[in-house]
Design a protein around this ligand. Structure first.
Ligand code: HDE
Length: 701
């Protein structure tokens, strides 16, 4: 299976090694330095077909970027099914033991293609499974709910969050008037707002995010019975975020931070893995909950329906070419395979049109599925023909069905007694209306559930994020309107954000908010049903399984000439054994001398690196300590690491450096003289962050 797909990609790979340069028609190029001129100093000639061939292509290199999710990074891998789901679905790729090639693309939503990775934003999590029964696209996000309930509102949501139309500002940021204007008029966005204001929106790594299918889908078994399903990706490395102050600085120091992290992990063999989980809901239980499972602003709490793991995805190969693969990858939630079907979620229904339409435009016509990254491994056979950039060359004189001239081929499965894609036989009944079900009218219960399920530090981060964003909103009416929404979720939350804005949160929803909500529900606000749960452990990042590893974490070894090799090796060997990466940083790159004699190569200096790009810090012993004491960049490194609640270790002779900084001893600050250097340092790293420190001591950095 894997090889089949590999061969398939290989057909299109071009290797220039040892080849003469040619034009696009294969004509060898004699001189790629000079245009054709009438004399050495004369004008260029119209007949320079070699130059025109080159420029004509160059002039057309850009294609329209995705209207949303423009900034993305992708990788190849495999999915292995590990559970027996035959009672629920016929999907071949979900059969236990089946290995299916995948291509996964992660993205931010709002920013342009060249924008920073660390924007506060939702992350896209799209997976294309190249199954034996055609391509299946699970086009999800790292947040399990969405801002809106109906596809009709999507262009407005996107216009509101994107840079404002008159000034094209701000880039990749929701902290501006138009976004909060829209959000404060749409109470249905309340739940999603809590998630995007949480640390989920500033992941430490794309490898440390959950993924969600968001909508409810359907599995269909061999007897045609449907089961509602929610998809979850659970990262093996745990779910982790950075601090907001850190995110803003990473955007300056390394705006490719996430892309680089993914690329480097795969290059170094640290293949990221996610387990795929499902929540299965029998059709009979469709109306059983206090919320509507077709409403994309709701989760199904794991306490009500547990997540069962059904397989594992491993990303193990970087693309050969960003444009050909990551940029041209065309995802579409409407691409489902036999055994999986769509639900009536009105947001999902709108997506089924939009993605195919957008690919037709973005990739220049209807043949985008012939691009290598989009081709199904099992081939495509139909009578569709022609169109821009057709690359298949169908043989024969027949392109219609039914036919007798080609023996009826390609035949449809039914005629041959085979199974193909069959829609779930779901009864449909109703009048044609533009309306919203009353079961979609409760907007605050799950926003409250999310807030209540967070740790104290996580709640503080949400309050800070809301305060940051709303402080950047110039219009006081918008701020007040949003405060009224927050007040419906949790008065304490509204109060704290209100304090930061110098406003008293209104008790009732704003008249304008009500006006728009009554457009969908004339009797709004409608009393909310009693929720099944008030808290859900799975919603907090603090209690995620898999959090206790230091694998792939980057530890900055802050050194200089004269550092003790023994002191470096003491921690380096141990960290590397546990899968972390030790990175030496000195005042210059190149070779540095060890105190014991000999030297080592250092690839990074205080000039090129910043503390925000590292997970933990170690200052070894040696003559280097004197140099570091006089180096303000070093002091900033450790102060900032401390402020961002990371683990810091100091070898005995370097402990005095901590006294030169704002650092105070706590369980994340390890002194060789007082602690077990290796055990306590790795122990602190396993906690990811000492978030409690943030509350106890705010220090400048
Ligand atoms: Fe998308 N979305 N979306 N979206 N979306 C696109 O398709 C759209 C929604 C998501 O890595 C576009 O190829 C509509 C929810 C991801 O290439 C476009 C609606 C979720 C990606 C589009 C939604 C997503 C996109 C832009 C409301 C989470 C990146 C370029 C009805 C489940 C895919 C493109 C990639 C991309 C439309 C809502 C996730 C315009 C109309 C909900 C991960 O077709």
């Amino acid at each position: 299976m894997k090889n089949q797909k590999e061969d398939h990609f290989n057909q299109n790979r071009v290797d220039n090694n040892g080849r003469v340069m040619t034009t696009n028609d294969g004509v060898p190029v004699y001189d790629n330095n000079n245009t054709l001129k009438a004399g050495e100093r004369g004008p260029s000639l119209q007949q320079d077909h070699i130059f025109f061939d080159k420029l004509m292509h160059f002039d057309r290199e850009r294609i329209p970027e995705r209207v949303v999710h423009a900034r993305g990074s992708g990788a190849h891998g495999i999915f292995e099914a590990t559970a027996d789901l035959s009672a629920y679905t016929t999907a071949a790729f979900l059969k236990k033991g089946t290995v299916t090639p995948v291509f996964t693309r992660f993205s931010t939503v709002a920013g342009f293609k060249g924008s920073t990775d660390l924007a506060r934003d939702v992350r896209g999590f799209s997976v294309k499974f190249y199954t034996e029964e055609g391509n299946y696209d699970l086009v999800g996000n790292n947040i399990p709910v969405f801002f809106i309930q109906d596809a009709m509102n999507f262009p407005d949501l996107v216009h509101a969050v994107k840079p404002e139309p008159d000034r094209e500002m701000p880039q990749a940021a929701s902290a501006h008037d138009t976004f909060w204007d829209f959000i404060s008029l749409m109470p249905e966005a309340a739940h999603m707002t809590m998630w995007v204001m949480s640390d989920r929106a500033i992941p430490r790594s794309l490898r440390m995010m959950e993924g969600f299918g968001v909508h409810t889908f359907k599995l269909v078994n061999g007897k045609g019975k449907g089961t509602f399903v929610k998809f979850h990706w659970k990262p093996r490395l745990g779910v982790h975020s950075v601090a907001w102050n850190e995110a803003q600085k990473i955007s300056g120091f390394d705006s490719d931070f996430h892309r680089k992290d993914l690329w480097e992990a795969i290059e170094s063999g640290d293949f990221p893995q996610w387990d795929l989980g499902v929540q299965l809901i029998p059709e009979e239980d469709e109306m059983k909950f206090s919320f509507d499972i077709l409403d994309a602003t709701k989760i199904v709490p794991e306490e009500l329906v547990p997540v069962q793991i059904i397989g594992t995805m491993t990303l193990n190969r970087n693309p050969d070419n960003f444009f050909a693969e990551t940029e041209q990858a065309a995802f579409d939630p409407g691409r489902v395979v036999p055994g999986i079907d769509l639900s009536d979620d009105p947001l999902l229904q709108g997506r089924i049109f939009s993605y195919m339409d957008t690919q037709n435009y973005r990739l220049g016509g209807p043949n985008f599925h012939e691009l290598p990254i989009n081709r199904p491994v099992n081939g495509k056979h139909n009578n569709q023909k022609d169109g821009f950039a057709r690359t298949d060359i169908p043989k024969g004189g027949v392109s219609y069905f039914p036919n007798s001239k080609a023996g009826g081929c390609p035949y449809h499965a039914m005629l041959n007694g085979e199974t193909g894609f069959q829609s779930h036989r779901q009864p449909v009944n109703g009048q044609k209306v533009r309306a919203r079900s009353v079961s979609f009218a409760d907007h605050f219960t799950q926003a409250r559930l999310f807030f209540n399920s967070q740790s104290l530090e996580e709640q503080e981060h949400i309050i800070s994020a809301l305060s940051f964003e709303l402080s950047k909103v110039g219009n006081a009416d918008i701020r007040r309107r949003e405060l009224a929404i927050l007040n419906q979720i949790d008065p304490r939350l509204a109060q704290k954000v209100g304090d930061n804005l110098g406003l008293v949160p209104p008790r009732e929803l704003d008249a304008l908010t009500l006006k728009f909500a009554r457009n969908n529900h004339p009797d709004y606000p409608i009393p909310a049903p009693r929720p099944e749960v008030e808290k859900s452990a799975a919603l907090s990042m603090k209690v995620k399984p898999g959090g206790g590893t230091i694998q792939t974490r980057k530890v900055a070894f802050l050194v200089d000439d004269g550092v003790s090799k023994a002191s470096v090796d003491l921690l380096k060997n141990q960290l590397e054994q546990e899968g972390a990466r030790a990175v030496l940083i000195a005042s210059h790159v190149g070779k540095i001398k060890y105190r014991e004699g000999g030297e080592t190569e250092v690839a990074h200096s205080y000039l090129t690196e910043a503390s925000v790009c590292y997970d933990a810090f170690y200052t070894p012993d040696g003559d280097s300590v004197k140099k570091l004491e006089a180096n303000p960049d070093y002091l900033q490194f450790i102060n900032e690491g401390y402020r961002h609640c990371k683990a810091l270790a100091f070898a005995k002779g370097a402990e005095m450096l901590a006294q030169k900084s704002f650092i105070k001893k706590d369980k994340g600050v390890i002194f060789e003289s007082a602690d077990d250097l290796v055990k306590d340092f790795t122990g602190a790293m396993k906690q990811h962050r000492i978030w409690e420190r943030e509350k106890a001591r705010k220090v400048p950095a």
